[in-house]
Design a protein around this ligand. Structure first.
Ligand code: ADP
Length: 147
């Protein structure tokens, strides 16, 4: 059976939840090695929600949040990425599943690797973001079971 053409793999992670990468990162790194693909690690700063909430934040809140997320992701890459995998970091803001799907398209990823849900949400086989990505992304999606 011919293999997949896979030059770019997207790994979306929630930096606040280790369960979003504890199993998905080794799986994605193995796939990146197998295909000789670049591993794109994405973290999304979620929307605050109602526009009225914005009034309580300083004007440069969004830029500050973006910079902090970039620093946190760079530190995470430093700590967890193995040297033999080519990796790139991406930070975006917005609705998590929309941004994962848009990033996959913009990067030209052929595959998305993501954990299914947080362990606390074990009653659901797929969390809300994973479910929407599986349903709407054009790419292959490898859902790594959290447990
Ligand atoms: P749960 O609600 O149980 O956390 P989700 O569907 O939100 O389930 O999470 C599953 C996956 O969605 C995570 O493993 C991760 O791949 C992705 N994800 C969740 N939050 C973020 C985020 N802020 N940035 C990037 N990816 C995220």
């Amino acid at each position: 059976m011919p293999g997949l053409n896979c030059e770019n793999i997207l790994l979306p992670i929630d930096l606040g939840h280790e369960s979003s990468w504890a199993k998905a990162l080794p799986a994605a790194a193995d796939l990146a090695r197998l295909y000789g693909a670049t591993l794109h690690v994405l973290t999304v700063i979620p929307d605050v929600g109602m526009p009225v909430v914005g009034a309580f934040f300083p004007a440069d809140f969004a830029e500050q949040a973006h910079r902090k997320a970039q620093d946190a992701l760079a530190a995470w890459m430093n700590d967890h990425m193995e040297q033999d995998v080519t990796a790139q970091a991406h930070v975006r803001s917005g609705t998590i599943y929309d941004e994962i799907i848009a990033a996959a398209d913009e990067i030209g990823a052929e595959m998305i690797v993501m954990a299914s849900h947080r362990p606390q949400m074990r009653d659901y086989l797929l969390g809300p973001n994973a479910a929407r990505v599986v349903r709407h992304a054009r790419q292959h999606v490898c859902v790594v079971r959290s447990e």
